[in-house]
Ligand binder design. Structure first.
Ligand SMILES: CC(C)(COP(=O)(O)OP(=O)(O)OC[C@H]1O[C@@H](n2cnc3c(N)ncnc32)[C@H](O)[C@@H]1OP(=O)(O)O)[C@@H](O)C(=O)NCCC(=O)NCCS
Length: 200
């Protein structure tokens, strides 16, 4: 089992406020409903490709900011994000988002997905996910799977909006690895693993 500090530390500033643009910690972010009035952002062209050696440091930084560790527990295993192949989304120079993955039986496991807060809600995460799905099809896999934590409502929203369905709840699988409660999104204690899949 990985050391506790590698796994479930408090989470750093990772999300961008949709109203004022400030970067916030998980625990400082809240939900707000909007209608079709929400503004559009015009992006420069985004290129999604396999991470090169030169991209690895930037991808690592993106993942560390979100997960504050490189080892995470998912699907009953400790997985080192840093050792996984990754896709990166590049607009000008440094990657604006990254997706780490591994093959798991008939599935492509999305180990981690992170968009730089500066570029959130501008399509980067969707481009990365679409490329991972293309990759899974090319490899003749049947499913994509991903796990998230009970507090992470933005990612539950994000994946379900993109055709993923909940398959499992693993109660307390996260809190069992921590000595004290870790505040997650909006201060909700991080406790459980939620698994989702998309069948191809
Ligand atoms: C979850 C996460 C990866 C999503 O990444 P993202 O780059 O913001 O995702 P997208 O921009 O593709 O999509 C997010 C929303 O922005 C909207 N959007 C996309 N392009 C847009 C544009 N040009 N203008 C305005 N909004 C846009 C999308 O439509 C989507 O909303 P919708 O589902 O209501 O349609 C990101 O929030 C993140 O890094 N979170 C922290 C880490 C995390 O939780 N990872 C997931 C667990 S592995």
């Amino acid at each position: 089992m990985a050391h506790e500090s590698d796994q479930f530390g408090a989470k750093p500033a990772v999300l961008r406020c949709a109203r004022c643009g400030r970067f916030v910690d998980w625990a400082e972010a809240y939900l707000q409903l909007v209608c079709g009035c929400r503004p559009r952002i015009n992006l420069p062209p985004v290129l999604v490709r396999e991470a090169t050696d030169a991209d690895r440091a930037a991808a690592r930084q993106l993942f560390e900011r979100d997960f504050r560790r490189t080892k995470i527990v998912a699907f009953g295993e400790v997985v080192d994000i840093d050792q996984m192949p990754a896709l990166v989304a590049v607009m000008s120079e440094a990657p604006s988002g990254a997706l780490a993955y591994r093959l798991m039986g008939d599935a492509l496991h999305i180990v981690a997905l992170a968009t730089d807060p500066m570029w959130q809600r501008s399509g980067v995460g969707s481009y990365l996910l679409a490329e991972a799905e293309l990759l899974a099809r090319r490899l003749a896999l049947r499913r994509l799977v991903v796990s998230t934590t009970n507090d992470n409502l933005p990612s539950l929203y994000f994946y379900q909006r993109r055709g993923y369905s909940l398959t499992d709840l693993v109660p307390n699988s996260v809190s069992a690895h921590t000595s004290k409660p870790v505040p997650g999104f909006a201060g909700i204690p991080v406790r459980d693993e939620l698994r989702l899949e998309k069948r191809l």
